[in-house]
Design a protein. Structure first.
Lengths: 251, 251
DNA sequence: CGATGTATTGAGTCGCATCAACCCTAGTGG
DNA sequence: CCACTAGGGTTGATGCGACTCAATACATCG
């Protein structure tokens, strides 16, 4: 099994007690009584690769948690330009309580499974639950922090720095998920196409491709096949990312 | 009194009952008993223009609401590049409950007054209040939406579109605040220097200046003095912003 | 095997950054 | 009162980085 599959596409478990993402998701703070209620409310739905989960202006009937797969939040100008505002990974929450109309397009980048709640029922529970609200607030603030960090990248970083930053972040996420050792070489499979990458980084596919080649020639990354990346020296990659002093402390 | 002063720099009222921003702030949903507690807890502090309210890595002792003035949330790369991630206006909340270290630099763009709460006391109240949490969640989600909209601007819009978008947003904000009529010419005074504008839009001051001149020559805006802007045709400006179909419905 | 989606690479162009000169206004002190 | 200075703003010349257009390679799938 390839790294990407083990990390981003784990098997879906339909029993809350055994759910692999329960500890990170919206329900992570719920006591067993609330978990039971959610268990009763939930329904699963699977979206195929490329399918739109929702789109700007669409009526919203459900909110929920992404259980497996990768999806992207995006918005476009009508001349075709498109910007991805966020990548959704397992345990991320989709939907805004209080909103009955979707603000963005959400597209499945791979096959995606969601654990969904009907929005009215969810809001009702949210209003009374002592655990749901604070957790949702925390997750929303994390997303806000991530969005703001991305604004620095979009507004001020060069193409090379953008690619390096993204690779660094994916490498770190992988490292923490797989709990691998500190300084060994990291490798992973990108779950994103060049086009998705480009839309995420505010670049074109050609520029993304060129920068990948450049980083490969300079030995910052190694590439096997189309998507499989090896990072020989994480520190080197961090320097290329531009903000070497940054928050993420390497030993 | 100039428009900018009336809009962004209203007099500070230290009585909650008469506070002009109470209906938009974190405390807007509080019943009178909670309002009394907040009233007891609060302390005001004023920052002079240019002063840093907090900076990345600084210990956090207070959270609170911006009562008057304008401030900016920003982050920089050490070579001097800087990106503003958000503009803080009266009623905006500053600080993240749960965080004891500041994530960003926050700088007063004008003289700023804050209504502050000691962070431990505030968190304690937040945990029990039925009104504070939901309101904070709502405000955070609004900020997230704004941040994501800005990502589209930073990643995909041209310099001209960026300027037009910003002017449009300020004009709309002003229009709703002053409750002026639908299609009359709008005018306002920019509360931001060219440098702040540039850092906000991910541009240089020279480019900002050039685009202002271009929009002026094309009759999209009129400029009196340094900062005073008149918009003869809001619809025209919206077209220049690139996303003419957008959410903001003009009649 | 062609067909389609995805990726790489090259040549040419354009938008924005950079470097630099100059203007305007407000504030300061002789 | 006026020269001086400093901060903010405008405008011009030039270069570079990223986009555009275009051709080719590679991969996957029916």
């Amino acid at each position: 099994m390839k790294p990407s599959e083990s990390t981003w596409n784990m098997a879906v478990v339909k029993d809350c007690g055994a759910c692999p993402i329960q500890r990170q998701a919206i329900c992570s703070r719920c006591a067993s009584d609330e978990l039971n209620i959610l268990d009763q409310m939930k329904s699963y739905r699977t979206y195929s690769k490329g399918e739109m989960i929702t789109y700007t202006g669409a009526p919203v009937s459900h909110v929920g948690t992404l259980v497996s797969g990768v999806a992207s939040i995006s918005q476009g100008l009508e001349d075709g330009r498109r910007q991805i505002m966020g990548i959704l990974l397992p345990s991320d929450f989709i939907g805004r309580p209080g909103a009955r109309v979707a603000q963005y397009d959400i597209t499945a980048s791979s096959e995606v499974t969601m654990c969904r709640f009907e929005i009215n029922a969810f809001e009702k529970l949210l209003a009374t639950s002592p655990a749901l609200g604070p957790r949702l607030l925390e997750m929303t603030m994390d997303e806000l922090d991530a969005a703001r960090e991305w604004m620095l990248l979009l507004g001020r970083k060069s193409a090379r720095e953008k690619i390096a930053t993204l690779l660094f972040m994916i490498a770190m996420k992988n490292k923490s998920l797989s709990g691998s050792d500190a300084n060994e070489a990291l490798d992973f499979t990108l779950p994103l196409t060049r086009e998705t990458l480009a839309d995420y980084l505010g670049l074109t596919i050609e520029t993304v491709s060129r920068q990948f080649s450049a980083l490969r020639k300079d030995g910052v990354i190694h590439v096997q096949g189309q998507r499989h990346i090896t990072i020989p020296d994480l520190r080197r990659l961090l320097v290329e990312a531009g903000d070497d002093y940054s928050g993420s402390v390497l030993p």
